[in-house]
Design a protein around this ligand. Structure first.
Ligand code: ADE
Length: 254
């Protein structure tokens, strides 16, 4: 019996294009205005889709990947804003936990994140976020131990060319582009996120419902501070490729 396909989501064309000729398209199908490409990524049966930005788009395409294509796992490749001061533009984060930072309760000026779906008044569960199976993360990080991405340009690295770091940790998701050092530092402090983006934890929530694995891989296009909108535009092209290369390297482990 042939294996079920992988579902691979990107948010925007700049993220998808890095798969280039590694993805051999066999057919395409339009559903609800999303184009789902069936084919092989490095020989692995994959359904590739550009979701657009934000949690709702991500949840819709993940549901469609499950209902129409019966995918065995959901992957995401794209860019994020960096939250951890140890990381720089071009570094790559493999999410081991995904948290929706914008779901919760606001009192005064402070938003406390709650587990999605729960009434955000009292926390009926200790659980916050969606964890990736630890054995899968270990396998992935072992595979990436000696993996070298192309050097980050001097401009993106803020001075001297350097080798990107590939690490794993918590990724935060919300329906907002973070361009503020105060918000960035607060998110890092409150939720220990290494990176922030706009889709990953919505994919995780749906994958959790269907009980299939999910892997979210993000390269940092910016550092989520006041300069992030400029950096995003300047470094999107260069950095999005890093996540795609990491995903291709680990595709056989999922
Ligand atoms: N994706 C890339 N950069 C981001 C940022 N600063 N905030 C949210 N999502 C992002």
């Amino acid at each position: 019996m042939s294996q079920k396909p992988l579902g691979l989501i990107c948010a925007i064309p700049n993220e998808i294009q890095h798969f280039g000729s590694a993805f051999e398209k066999e057919s395409e199908q339009d559903i609800a205005g999303f184009c789902f490409y069936s084919g092989k990524l490095d020989g692995v049966e994959t359904i590739l889709v550009e979701a657009g930005m934000g949690k709702v788009n991500a949840a819709v395409v993940t549901t469609l990947l499950m209902e129409h294509f019966n995918c065995r796992a959901i992957l995401f490749s794209g860019v994020a804003g960096g939250l951890d001061p140890e990381l720089g533009v071009g570094d790559v984060v493999v999410g081991n936990k995904l948290i929706q930072h914008d779901y919760g309760m606001t009192v005064g000026e402070k938003l406390t994140a709650y587990q999605p779906g729960h009434l955000p008044i009292h926390m009926p569960t200790e659980k916050l976020g969606y964890e990736v199976n630890a054995a899968l993360i270990d396998k992935i990080m072992a595979e990436l131990e000696d993996f070298e991405l192309p050097e980050i340009s001097a401009e993106a690295a803020g001075g001297t060319k350097r080798q990107p770091v590939i690490t794993s940790g918590t990724i935060l998701t919300g329906d907002q582009f973070i361009g503020c050092t105060v918000a960035r530092d607060q998110l890092h402090k409150d939720l220990s996120g290494l990176a922030v983006e706009m889709e990953g934890a919505a994919i995780a929530q749906v994958a959790d419902r269907y009980q299939v694995p999910f892997i979210i891989i993000r390269s940092l296009s910016d550092l989520a501070g006041e300069e992030s909108t400029m950096d995003f535009i300047k470094f999107l092209e260069e950095t999005a490729g890093g996540a795609a290369l990491v995903l291709r390297r680990i595709i056989n482990l999922v």
